[in-house]
Design a protein around this ligand. Structure first.
Ligand SMILES: [Zn+2]
Length: 97
């Protein structure tokens, strides 16, 4: 496997698995659970960042209303612009589940 540049997702700090997430996950969940090792990570995304995410999400939905999905490349580009690819900095592994 080459670099992770082509993959949108959070690298699990525990098992290094690639955790896929959506805008909805970022906005409406307070945590993400790694599907590989079940590590629970609490998300503390700043409100200002969430506002940007909502705006992007609404715009993407209009553009892609026929497909009703956001493709990875587009998602990654938007996240990159928001400096959100390194979203792990907003997450704290939670030991107590
Ligand atoms: Zn994991």
């Amino acid at each position: 496997m080459s670099n992770t540049n082509n993959n949108t997702g959070l690298e699990c700090p525990n098992c290094k698995g690639k955790i896929k997430f959506s805008f909805e996950d970022l906005l409406y969940k307070n945590y993400i659970i790694c599907p590989f090792c079940a590590l629970k990570m609490e998300m503390t995304i700043p409100e200002s960042m969430k506002k940007h995410l909502v705006e992007i999400m609404e715009a993407e939905k209009k553009i892609k209303s026929l497909k009703n999905t956001i493709d990875d490349a587009s998602l990654q580009k938007q996240l990159q612009e928001l400096d959100l690819l390194d979203i792990s900095k907003y997450m704290v592994p939670s030991k107590n589940q």
